[in-house]
Design a protein around this ligand. Structure first.
Ligand code: SF4
Length: 383
């Protein structure tokens, strides 16, 4: 059992993070926010994929003008996912000039490195805090090692110092500490871990965990996982964002799925039935188990919405497909339903275990169909 860091609870719209609550997943759109239809569509896609908070870029007047319409269309369509406005350079101007935007957003993200220089920095920061107070919104002070500019170097100490000093400045202007979320992101795994560790022991603010500019594909997923998993294991992090460069194939929602999978394999939250399968080795003479494991994964995806409506706690279901008897029966003890191929048999034959006990042996060309039927009967308590 992971002992979570003792952090302050922060409400972002209807969603609360921190205070020991489950780690929330967030994502960010990459549409032009001024394009209301495209942004609404992507927020919906992200929310449908499992994003519990969605950040949108608010970078100019057209974007600020669109925010209230985006929010209204989402609410009309039944989506109450909190929307976070991402501001750089002109947040103080946009929030002041577009009150409907300031009201519609559920949180403002401020980057202390991008709000002006010299005396203007504090002045602009104060204006954003005044808006947050006026509309009763929380803020995230998101420090990024790529944009510290004149306020610090990119060292861990500097990142944490800027985050804490900015939080204190927000409090000086009237912000409550339970309305502040902090993040200190870098694109280096070791630096990210060190920065969050230092930040976590230096304050009680809720923390947004992220590994920025992670990259794409395997590098992005593994880099994010390496950094975030270690911190989550230490109880650090109240909300996470996986910052993947989207691929044409998987699109923007991939980062949400990665975040969900990370939390689930670590035993922090459950989102979908888990499929355990072995990698195969010289003890297998065919790829039957391999194909069935992949087909089972697809079957889970296909049935998930239906199952969720019918079966409570379906996300805790554990399924397994194993290539031979070396680990099969043992693995079956940890799964609700497991199927174990015999390894080198030429015949299509597979033993099924239910809640750790042998149920029956499936044979012939209908192994997949019969196995899926057993799953359905198990769920319907008709086995
Ligand atoms: S379960 Fe059997 S087939 Fe799969 S990796 Fe282990 S020994 Fe090899």
């Amino acid at each position: 059992m992971i002992k979570r860091r003792d952090s302050l609870k922060v409400f972002i719209g209807k969603l609360a993070i921190g205070g020991g609550l489950p780690v929330a997943i967030q994502s960010m759109t990459n549409t032009d926010t001024a394009d209301v239809s495209a942004t609404v569509l992507q927020v919906k896609q992200l929310a449908d994929a499992g994003a519990e908070l969605v950040r949108i870029t608010v970078n100019n007047e057209a974007a600020a003008d669109a925010v209230a319409q985006i929010k209204a269309k989402l609410v009309e369509a039944g989506y109450d996912v909190p929307l976070i406005g991402d501001f750089h350079y002109n947040g103080h101007l946009l929030l002041t000039k577009f009150p409907k935007c300031a009201q519609a957003l559920d949180k403002y993200r401020i980057n202390p490195g991008n709000i002006g220089s010299g005396a203007l920095r504090e002045e602009n920061f104060k204006k954003i805090i005044e808006c947050a107070l006026k509309y009763d919104k929380p803020i995230r002070i998101g420090v990024n090692w790529g944009s510290l500019g004149e306020i610090g170097d990119s060292s861990v100490k500097s990142l944490v110092k800027v985050a804490l000093e900015s939080a204190k400045m927000a409090e000086k202007f009237g912000m409550a500490s339970n309305k502040i979320v902090l993040s200190v992101k870098t694109s280096d795994v070791q630096e990210t871990i060190s920065a969050y560790r230092l930040l976590a022991k230096s304050c009680k603010y809720a923390l947004h965990l992220g590994f920025t500019e992670a990259g794409s594909g395997m590098k992005g997923i593994i880099g994010s996982t390496a950094a975030l998993a270690i911190l989550l294991q230490e109880g650090i992090g109240d909300t996470i964002r996986v910052s993947l460069t989207p691929s044409d194939k998987n699109g923007r929602t991939e980062e949400v799925k990665v975040a969900q999978t990370l939390l689930q394999v670590m035993g922090l939250r459950s989102f979908r039935p888990m499929v355990t399968s072995c990698p195969g080795c010289g003890r297998t003479s065919n790829d039957r188990f391999q194909k069935l494991a992949q087909e089972l994964d697809k079957y889970v995806d296909k049935m998930l919405l239906v199952w969720r409506k019918k079966y409570a706690e379906i996300e805790n279901l554990k399924l397994a497909v194993m290539g031979c008897a070396v680990n099969g029966p043992g693995e079956a003890k940890h799964a609700n339903i497991a199927l174990c191929f015999p390894g080198k048999s030429e015949e299509s034959v597979a033993a099924v275990f239910v809640d750790g006990k042998p149920l029956k042996t499936l044979r012939g060309g209908s192994v997949k169909k019969d196995f899926f039927e057993i799953i359905e009967r198990y769920l319907a308590k008709k086995l």
